[in-house]
Each structure stands twice: as structure tokens, then as C-alpha cells.
Design a protein around this ligand. Structure first.
Ligand SMILES: *Cc1c(COP(=O)(O)O)cnc(C)c1O
Length: 473
């Protein structure tokens, strides 16, 4: 009995075509031309392994697909999965403008064009065309940063976390850095001020309490080994109630009297006056420098609206010291980032235009009426496409957030669409939206999916309606 099963199985294995026969198939030949023999042979072998395994597990009368064509098709699928790009464009329906998970600030067309131009060829990245000498990659945007912020000098590295590490290492290593206990920030991605301090070789000297730090706290902590007074923007939280903190201007007075530099980690680094657009006041980089800070560092991809970068501006003396530190090399930015940063900073030469051309600023400052009419257009389009037969949809007032540790607690009035599907739960729809051909990230509110239109571009509205239909179907 056992022997018979064995021989029958053997019989079935013999039906499996050889690798060579499969390699002769027309589809497989085409795959080889596109992906190379190695990739295709590997795919075929792994399909054959699987077929053999299935055969050995299968009941005697069970049909197992193993013709040449069937195996070729399975191999094609396997190669398609292998070569599919993991990074996908998504539609941000969350209303969080600087969503770290979704890549923070999207960049505008002119910035993108310059990035493509520079990235696609050679450039004068570190080459001075006038003198035929080695140049500096920060030189391309230093003068712009100085003009926009009023600083004497500037440089940029990979991100702001790197900028803080570099700044502390260059200015305060081996000494003490005084920081308020109310500003010992942890931001996302394991960036904690005390840890970065330790890494830099500087010793953290905490002063004051969580909710109150006074001028005298700094003054009495200043000593022989003090190398820096650091102020950190409380990006992702607010301490409210019985609070007191020391302004940059006051810190600068203390610093000046004792000959100690003052640095501010501003986090987001706003370059324009947001109050003019009805938003709460956020100190701009220029203001912080005017209040006397010697060094200010901030991100490139938060409210600046550019590529990921960490920018340090300040007096020439300190920037030069930072430039000479060995960490500048491991933390340096890529050429495409340098190109994008220069291009986005050019936009700031005309701030009124910058709030239109820089997507993050445009979304942040967009009037709610504009968002509402985009929501209405989406609602109408989705209805026309047939979504309304599958779900109850309506316009709804909602609130957007800045995100990325900028303007915490500030809710920006916005407009969205709620979708309550008839034949699935809201969380099932939310999940399906994440798996459409262009994934849509949205929120679930009780039994509805909410799509906030502030973070959806005009050009994406039609696509969004198609994706909603795809998810509902
Ligand atoms: C966001 C932030 C950082 C880190 O900046 P990245 O550019 O994300 O590295 C550092 N400090 C503060 C206060 C921040 O808000």
C-alpha cells in the first residue's frame, strides 16, 4: 500500500517540467531579456520547489498546476513582486501637514526640477568654477540663508538631529551645557536631548524645574566649565499653567556677560511671519538671532517646507568652528538635497510667493473656504463615479494639524469628507484605502472614515475619488 502511494507520487513528480524546458518558453525568454537569466532562473527554481512541496502534501486525486505555461506565469508573478518598488506615492488624507510617517514636507515643482537636474548629472557641488579649486557644498545656499535670516554664516547637514549633535560636539565637548529642565525634549525617532548631549561629549547641566526656570537658575549654574547655554524649542508639547521660562534675549544677556555662547534648537525653523496668515506666532529664525542667539539650528523639512536637512546659522566665528569639526564629514548632506535646499530657499526671497509655491506653507495657510470647495469637488466627483451607491458621504468640518513637532496644540480649521460604507465597517474601508493602487491614508472617526482635504492637492482630487471607488468596490 505504502509503496503504491510512493510510486504514484513519483509518477506525478515526473510531470514537472525541467528547468531547461521552462527556459525555452516564450514568456520566460521575454522575462530573461528584461530581468536577466539569473533572476529568472532563480524564480523558476523557487516556483518548482514550491510545486514539489505542494505535490508531496497533496491528496492523490488533487490537481497540481505544473505545466510549462503555468510555471512560467508563477515565475513572472514572483519576479513582479521582487521588482515592485516598496516606496509608493500615497495620498495624505490625514490633515497632518508634516506627517513624518508620510515623508514630512512635499516639495514643489521648481525644487523638484532642480533636484532632478543636479542629481541626473555632474555639478559644481564641491567645485569652485571660478578658481578651479575644491569648493564647499554649503556655499550654494549659505548666502541665501544669511540673507533670509540675517545670520553671518550658515551650513547644513543631514538633518536637525545631526545639526544638534554637531553643534554640541564642536562647541561644548568636554564642558558643560546648561539646559532648562522644562526643555529636555524627546522628539520622535529616539532623539532625546540628554542622550545627544552625552554622545557629543558635553555634560548636561539641568537647571530649574519642569514648569519653571528663572534667569537666576542659569546665572548660578554658570561656572568655569560652562561652554554653552542651550535653549530647546518644546516642539511637541506645551507646558501650561504655572510656568516660567527664560527668553532667548535674557539668555543672551547672561551669555554675553559671562562670555558663553547661546544656541537655540528651534526644531521647525520658521522663516516667515505666520501671524500674517492667522496662525499663532512662532518665533522666526531671524527673530531668534536678533534676540542675541549665537547659533540657531532647525530642520529643512518641517515648516521650512524643503528637503530633509539640519541647518545651522549664526556668527561666522562659531559656524567656522563647526565647519572644522570632523563630524561634518559623516553628517554631510547629499547633492540632491543640497540642490533642493538652495532651490527652496530661493523661493523665500519673495515670501508672499513662497506661501503659494512651497506646498507645506500653502497647505498651512490655505483659507478654510478653499479647502471646503476642494472637499465639495471631491464629493461631487466621488458621487459621479458611483461611490454614493456604496457609502453615505457628506462634507464635514474638521481640524488639521501641522505635525512634525511644529505648532503643537494648534488646530487648523479644515474641511473633509466622511464616508460611511454600506457593506463594510469604517475600519475595513480605512484598511482597504491603504491598499488601493495609489494608497490613501485616512482617519477613522467612530463608524466613518474621514478624509481631510487640506493635505490633498488639487491635482489629486480626481485620483482620490477613483481610489475611494476602488476601495469601496
Ligand atoms: C524635529 C526636531 C529635531 C530633529 O530634527 P530632524 O530634522 O527631524 O532630525 C530636533 N530638535 C527639535 C526641537 C525638533 O523639533
Amino acid at each position: 500500500m505504502g509503496k503504491r502511494v510512493y510510486s504514484e507520487k513519483n509518477e506525478r513528480y515526473r510531470k514537472i517540467p525541467s528547468v531547461d524546458r521552462i527556459l525555452g518558453d516564450a514568456l520566460v525568454q521575454e522575462l530573461i531579456r528584461e530581468y536577466g537569466r539569473r533572476t529568472v532562473t532563480d524564480a523558476i527554481r523557487s516556483v518548482l520547489d514550491e510545486v514539489r512541496e505542494r505535490l508531496s502534501d497533496a491528496a492523490q486525486d488533487q490537481e497540481i498546476l505544473c505545466s510549462v505555461e503555468e510555471i512560467a506565469e508563477m515565475a513572472r508573478q514572483r519576479i513582479a513582486d521582487l521588482t515592485a518598488l516598496s516606496m509608493k506615492r500615497v495620498i495624505n488624507g490625514t490633515g497632518t501637514i508634516l506627517h513624518t510617517g508620510l515623508g514630512r514636507a512635499p516639495v514643489g515643482a521648481s525644487v523638484l526640477e532642480q533636484t532632478v537636474r543636479i542629481g541626473g548629472g555632474y555639478s559644481n557641488l564641491e567645485y569652485d568654477l571660478d578658481t578651479d579649486r575644491r569648493g564647499d557644498r554649503s556655499s550654494h545656499f549659505e548666502r541665501l540663508l544669511c540673507r533670509i535670516t540675517g545670520a553671518g554664516a550658515a551650513l547644513a547637514v543631514n538633518n536637525n538631529a545631526a545639526a544638534v549633535l554637531l553643534l554640541l560636539s564642536a562647541v561644548a565637548s568636554g564642558g558643560e551645557v546648561i539646559v532648562s529642565r522644562g526643555e529636555l525634549v524627546e522628539i520622535g525617532g529616539k532623539f532625546r536631548i540628554p542622550d545627544v548631549m552625552e554622545l557629543s561629549g558635553a555634560a548636561l547641566r539641568e537647571v530649574g524645574t519642569t514648569n519653571r526656570t528663572r534667569r537666576e537658575d542659569y546665572e548660578s549654574a554658570v561656572g568655569e566649565s560652562t561652554k554653552l547655554l542651550l535653549k530647546v524649542h518644546t516642539s511637541n508639547y506645551r507646558i501650561v499653567g504655572f510656568t516660567e521660562s527664560v527668553s532667548v534675549a535674557e539668555l543672551s544677556e547672561i551669555g554675553e556677560r559671562s562670555g558663553i555662547p547661546v544656541a537655540v534648537d528651534l526644531g521647525s525653523g520658521v522663516l516667515i511671519d505666520l501671524e500674517r496668515y492667522g496662525l499663532p506666532h512662532e518665533p522666526t529664525v531671524r527673530e531668534v538671532l536678533e534676540q542675541g542667539a549665537n547659533l540657531v539650528c532647525f530642520s529643512g523639512d518641517k515648516l521650512l517646507g524643503g528637503p530633509q536637512a539640519g541647518i545651522i546659522v549664526g556668527s561666522r566665528e562659531y559656524i567656522d568652528r563647526i565647519r572644522r569639526h570632523p563630524l561634518i564629514r559623516p553628517l554631510r548632506m547629499d547633492k540632491m538635497t543640497a540642490a533642493a535646499l538652495e532651490a527652496v530657499l530661493v523661493e523665500y526671497l519673495n515670501p508672499e510667493q513662497a506661501v503659494q509655491t512651497i506646498p507645506a506653507l500653502r497647505m498651512l495657510t490655505e483659507k478654510v473656504e478653499t479647502t471646503r470647495s476642494r472637499a465639495a469637488r471631491f464629493l461631487a466627483l466621488a458621487g459621479q463615479k458611483g461611490c454614493s451607491a456604496r457609502a453615505e458621504m457628506s462634507g464635514e468640518a474638521c481640524c488639521s494639524q501641522t505635525g512634525g513637532g511644529a505648532l503643537p496644540e494648534t488646530e487648523i480649521p479644515s474641511a473633509g469628507i466622511t464616508v460611511r460604507p454600506y457593506r463594510m465597517s469604517a475600519s475595513a474601508l480605512e484598511q482597504r484605502l491603504r491598499h488601493t493602487s495609489v494608497p490613501v491614508v485616512a482617519r477613522v472617526l467612530q463608524d466613518k472614515v474621514l478624509i481631510d482635504l487640506r493635505t490633498v492637492a488639487d491635482e489629486e482630487v480626481e485620483l482620490l475619488s477613483e481610489m475611494l471607488l476602488e476601495a469601496l468596490s
